[in-house]
Ligand binder design. Sequence first.
Ligand code: ATP
Length: 252
Amino acid sequence: HPENGDSSPLRTLCADLHAKIEAFLQEDVKTEILKSVQSQCRHSLSIISEALEKYPLTSLSLSYNGGKDCLLLLLLYLSLLSTHPHLPPSLPAILIPPAHPFPTVDAFIQKTSSHYHLSLSRYTAPSPSGMKAAFASYLAHNPSIQAIFVGTRRTDPHGGELKPFEMTDRGWPSFMRVHPVLEWRYSEVWAFLRWMGVEYCELYERGFTSLGGTNDTVPNPRLSLEGAEGRYWPAWMLEDEGEERAGRIGGG
Ligand code: ATP
């Protein structure tokens, strides 16, 4: 235990997650999918460890929008913090809310920020393409932040060429983007979240497979329940991973 007598709520949470993930990694799992999830976990944990070696905790933040990929990332990040010598009461995180948020997603973000001890800053983008300006304000108000964990995966719209550590592009406010879950496949994300038994945003139970705003996201038509109009299978039932964003309108 790094600091004797330190039993802050964040440290207790991290220790519980660490124990759970370690137990998963030690388990002699029988299915191919869980074997691949184990190796994805190890790989992601090594990238997060590297970030923790390179950057002091006070300079790290997490880009968090309540989606499945950043939830996965958050769980792995917290588990590694269980042995960190100096934990703050809560961890920096940044949300750029969509122009038309789902109340359900908002509620999930609030609930999980509190449960996982995130100190979540919300920065509104001045226009639909105003992410840059939102990040610029965030960094101007939080000058210690140097690197931000992002839950992008290879199959996301801009995921193709990314490396685990990648500075922002020219014209962007400068910070290191850290992508620990880049190589996870859709089915692996769900296998992990379901194995962990954590709560995820309820829209995923209603056929949404990727979350945006109310103006650009609908349930995934591939999950539509035949003969039951308006009802959908849960996100984790999607078999064709190439269809993950079939519920996103306009390539959002
Ligand atoms: P889903 O694909 O199911 O919506 P997700 O939101 O975690 O899950 P993406 O939408 O592919 O994944 O986004 C990739 C990552 O980019 C997120 O995990 C998060 O780290 C970051 N991100 C995306 N949108 C936002 C946002 N509006 N505010 C903060 N971070 C965001």
